[in-house]
Design a protein. Structure first.
Length: 712
């Protein structure tokens, strides 16, 4: 969506903010045209997209509005944060509705304009929303053809739709535009059946590469983010933070504020903040406020946290099991046992958590960088004991989320400060605050045992996971191992600070451990890692995906000196992933240079190949950071790593050649594309490092020091 359109739809005139309105009047406000109301729970069975949350979903989740000028609005509670659904959903709708792609306008996430949605996460949007939006487009097309039949005086069977027009197949001069058909009409229809959808051979827009519709605005700086909002009388807030997470306030000395004209102290419980019309003054003034804190004692740091987990988490849950472990051990000629560690990871988005808000009477209006606008609305309503209809989240673009913006403490803090100060407030976390307040991806431990018989067949699999969960560990998607058990060990208060979702939560850790273990087992048995995997996979989709990756990579080509190849397989969000990495390792220094990564995926229907490619490249680039460099240093709640001078993500110099290939499966249901690629990076890199120099590093990130230690 163009920045100008966003301003018009979302912000109104930001110098004179509009008052929110009741969504019960929504249909009335839409005016004329054709309106299709979509309910995902109604359509989920018919479109093959049933989820566990369907029973809890509301009666409607999105609207399709064909306006009297022939343009089309699609209103959904999902948001755009760089994953590209603002483009791919429009492609699906345009293709099924038979309108020009540019005529579709996606209105996303505004809590007054759009129906409820639980949030944008889990690679769910394309999988579960896309097919229903296609169905709505097909339904609207049928309605328009019915209207055209009456206008043109011919049978519906004689008509076709294309490019926003309906025409007579036998006489193409007989035609009428959607705009003419909708003028004076007001048709509201609930979508309760699944119309016949196009087959892939008939696609005009689905399956074609389209550059993201928001790309130009983001590159040129026209796109509007939460921090771009400027309101009359607005002040900027700086919060005085403790040095240790979880600290409680004991006392406040704000006498230093006397040196800053216009600076005001806002204090409420443990919240201590300074507001000022100039953000620089607010920041400097806050540094002069002295707060005494009661800090929790340290229980572990970034080196001892893994032992702390194992010593303190005793309860477990069996997630999957088959056969008998004792029988499996007896059948094995070779058994490999190992323990894998993975440290905490920060989300570190380019745009830190930001919120701009104001109270107008009993109503709260906010622009927030959030993946969950409706959840944030509910949290705000609960905080201030006000009806949620009185809270309006005006959605805008996000500068990255990766799961970290599911949680929105900045929204609550900004609103509390606005309420206490009586002024519009903008709160934007500094980079140090972003690291301190992050909901980190949990550190984790995985203990594994695997074994093979004399034929190279896996007969034993024990997989104990501490703090990472079981996402992506189902053996039926990956390997055929008759005697197996997967357990998860968790404890709610085990972490020293907040933790949460992080792009394929847990799966990046468990896949690293599993694929390292599989590789170690193959080498212990003296079998080529590719041959070993193919010999132990019975799932046809996984096997075909691995074969596609191996063929694209040319697995058997000669390796240059110091180079190594590594394979990693995974399954996430309905998508099968096979990744092969090539690295060069300097044995003298332990330095790793990624050379090439091939990623093959079977994600069903690929709606936008360009979008799928850039999501894959982004996932791999991000994954290289957690595999090789990204590591949090801390002493319990004292977060030491607080900026990019010590938290090193992937630089251009570390980025390899990346090649993405997708299985041809266009008549299948679409699957997730935002998260799957990242899960395999750690395992592929670890296995390539071993192949290059013989160092088996069982902890991420795989640093030069750890490589040298493994070699030593």
């Amino acid at each position: 969506m163009k920045a100008e359109k966003i301003n018009e739809l979302y912000f109104g005139d930001v110098d004179h903010p509009v008052t929110t309105y009741d969504r019960r009047d929504f249909l009335k406000r839409l005016g004329g045209g054709i309106i299709i109301i979509m309910s995902f729970s109604e359509l989920s069975f018919l479109t093959g997209c049933k989820t566990k949350q369907d029973e809890e979903r509301p009666d409607f989740n999105a609207y399709l509005h064909i306006k009297e000028d022939g343009s089309v609005d699609c209103l959904t509670g999902k948001i755009e944060m760089g994953q590209g659904v603002i483009t791919s959903l429009a492609q699906e709708l345009a293709d099924e509705l038979e309108v020009p792609f540019k005529s579709v306008n996606m209105v996303m996430g505004d809590t007054d304009l759009c129906p409820y949605d639980a949030g944008t996460w889990g690679s769910l949007t394309t999988r579960f929303e896309g097919p229903v939006i296609r169905a709505a487009g097909a339904e609207a097309r049928e309605i328009l053809i019915g209207l055209a039949a009456k206008e043109l005086g011919v049978s519906e069977k004689q008509l076709e739709a294309s490019e926003g027009e309906v025409f007579d197949k036998n006489d193409k001069s007989k035609k009428i535009s959607y705009a003419d058909l909708t003028k004076g009409q007001r048709i509201v229809q609930q979508l309760k059946k699944a119309p016949e959808l196009k087959k892939s051979k008939d696609f005009d827009i689905i399956g074609k590469s389209v550059i993201s519709t928001d790309a130009v605005d983001k590159v040129t700086g026209k796109a509007v983010f939460s921090g771009d909002i400027k309101l009359p009388g607005m002040v900027y807030a700086t919060i005085v933070r403790p040095r240790v997470w979880g600290s409680k306030k004991l006392s406040v000395d704000a006498s230093g504020l006397d040196d800053f004209e216009g600076a005001e102290l806002v204090e409420d419980g443990d919240l201590v903040a300074v507001v000022h019309p100039d953000p620089e003054v607010a920041s400097k003034a806050a540094q002069k406020v002295n707060v005494e804190w009661d800090a929790p004692e340290s229980k572990a740091d970034n080196e001892t946290i893994f032992k702390y987990f194992v010593d303190n988490i005793t309860e477990s849950e069996v997630n999957e099991e088959g056969g008998m472990l004792s029988s499996g051990r007896e059948a094995c000629e070779t058994i490999v046992e190992a323990e894998y560690h993975d440290g905490y990871k920060a989300h570190s988005p380019v745009e830190p958590h930001t919120a701009t808000c104001y109270f107008e009477g009993d109503k709260l209006t906010m622009w927030a960088s959030t993946q969950t606008p409706f959840g944030t609305r509910e949290a705000l309503a609960e905080t201030f004991s006000m009806p949620k209809e009185k809270v309006h989240l005006k959605q805008n673009f996000l500068g990255g989320g990766f799961g970290g913006k599911i949680y929105n403490p900045q929204a609550i803090e900004a609103a509390r400060i606005a309420k206490l100060s009586g002024k519009p407030v903008q709160l934007a976390y500094t980079r140090r605050e972003e690291f301190f307040n992050d909901y980190f991806r949990p550190a984790a431990v995985v203990r594994s045992a695997s074994g093979v018989d004399s034929e190279g067949k896996l007969k034993l699999w024990e997989f104990d996971i501490y703090c990472a969960g079981s996402r992506g560990t189902g053996l039926s998607y990956l390997y055929d191992i008759p005697n197996n058990r997967t357990r998860t060990f968790n404890k709610g208060d085990i972490h020293p600070f907040s933790t949460g979702a992080w792009r394929a939560p847990g799966n990046n850790t468990t896949t690293f451990a599993r694929e390292s273990q599989i590789d170690a087992t193959a080498h212990a048995a003296g079998i080529d890692p590719l041959e070993f995997r193919l010999n132990n996979i019975t799932n046809p989709e996984m096997k075909a995906t691995l074969e596609l990756a191996a063929e694209t990579f040319n697995w058997n080509k000669e390796k240059p000196e110091g180079h190594g190849y590594g394979i990693s397989l995974g399954w996430d969000a309905g998508t099968y992933v096979a990744m092969i990495a090539e690295v060069k390792v300097d044995k003298a220094t332990g330095e790793v240079q990624p050379i090439r990564v091939v990623c093959a995926q079977n994600m069903g229907q690929v709606v936008n190949p360009h979008g799928a490619k850039v999501q894959t490249e982004g996932g791999i680039t991000m994954g290289l950071g957690y595999a090789l460099t990204e590591e949090m240093e801390f002493d319990w709640g004292r977060v030491i790593t607080r900026n990019f001078d010590s938290y090193h993500f992937t630089k251009f110099s570390m980025t390899p050649e990346i090649e993405s290939v997708f299985a041809d499966n266009m008549d299948a249901a679409p699957q997730g594309g935002g998260e799957p690629a990242i899960i395999c990076v750690g395992g592929a890199i670890a296995n390539a490092v071993f192949d290059a120099c013989g160092a088996r590093v069982n902890r991420q990130p795989i640093t030069p020091e750890r490589i040298l230690a493994a070699l030593g």
